[in-house]
Write a protein that binds this ligand. Sequence first.
Ligand code: CP
Length: 328
Amino acid sequence: MTTSAVQLDAEGNLRHFLTLDGLSRTLLTEMLDRTEGFLSVARQAVKKVPLCRGKIVANLFFETSTRTRTTFELAAKRLSADVLNLNISTSATAKGETLLDTLRNLEAMHVDMFVVRHADSGAAHFIAAHADPHVAVINAGDGRHSHPTQGMLDMFTIRQHKGDFTHLCVAIVGDVLHSRVARSELSALRTLGAGEVRIIAPRTLIPVHAEALGARVFHDLREGVRDADVVIMLRLQRERMRGALLPSEHEYFQLFGLTEERLATAKPDAIVMHPGPINRGVEMDSQVADGPRSVILEQVSNGIAVRMAVMSMCIGTQNLRAAGQADG
Ligand code: CP
C-alpha cells in the first residue's frame, strides 16, 4: 500500500501523518486554517482546549530533538491529552527489546497516538503499518525522508507573512541532499502552487534529478536569492554525510552563508527562515539570524499550533463525533 493510501481513511480523513507527498491542496489548506484557529489558545489564561481529552499520546524520539519534541508535548497538553515521553536511552530498547515489542507494550497501555522520530527513513511508515488499527502515527522526522509537521509549520509561517502562495518566489539554501525538511517543503510548495521554488547549494549537496522536485537549481547565493520573497536556510547535516562533501565549514560560509550583504538581492520585505538548530557562522551570520527579517522564532511558536491541528485531525475528531452523538 502507498504511504498516501495508508495516511487516509475511507472518507479521506487523516489517519496517520507520515509525509506530505500525495496529500491534496484541500487537506493541506484545511490544516493551515485549523492551525490559525489554534493560535489563540496560547493567549488564553488557561492554555487548553478539550479536543483530545482522555487520549494518550506517546512521544517516541529515537533521535535528538529540541523543538519538535517539546512542541509536540505542548501541543498534546494544550489539546488536554495525557502525554508519555519515552526516554529511549533509559527504556528497554537499550536492553535489546525490539521496536515492535516496545509498540505492543505501549498499545497494551491503550496509547492512542505515537509521535515518532527516527534516524531511519521509513521508520514511521513501518510503525504505522504494524500499529494497532485504533492508533494514529505521526512522523516527527525520519532519516532524510520526511518531516511533515516542520514542512507545514513553515508553510503556515509563509502564509502568515505573504498570503497566497501563487505569486511567491521561495529560495531554499543549503544541504538539500540530506534534508527531510527540504523534501517536505518542496512537496508542500508544489501542492500549494508556489509561483517559483529555487534550490541553492554546492553541487555535492543537491540531489540527482533536483529539477524533478519542481525547483530551479542555482550554485550562486546572490543569484539564487535575487527577488526572492522567502529565503529558507538549511543546516549542514554532518551526521548524515558519507565522505567529504565540503572542503570546510569556513569555506561553505564564504560561498553559501547568508549575510545582510548577500541578502540584499532578495526583495526588501523578504523573510528569512531556518528550521533549527542553527549553526551561526556556518549557514548564516548572527546579524541575519537575529535581524528584522528573521522569522525563525515565529516558526517555533507556530509549531505548537500546527501540531495541535495535526493531532486533532488524527484523533480529536473521534471526540467531536462522540460529542455530536451525545448532543443528538
Ligand atoms: N527543526 C527540528 O526538527 O528541530 P529539532 O531537531 O530540535 O526537533
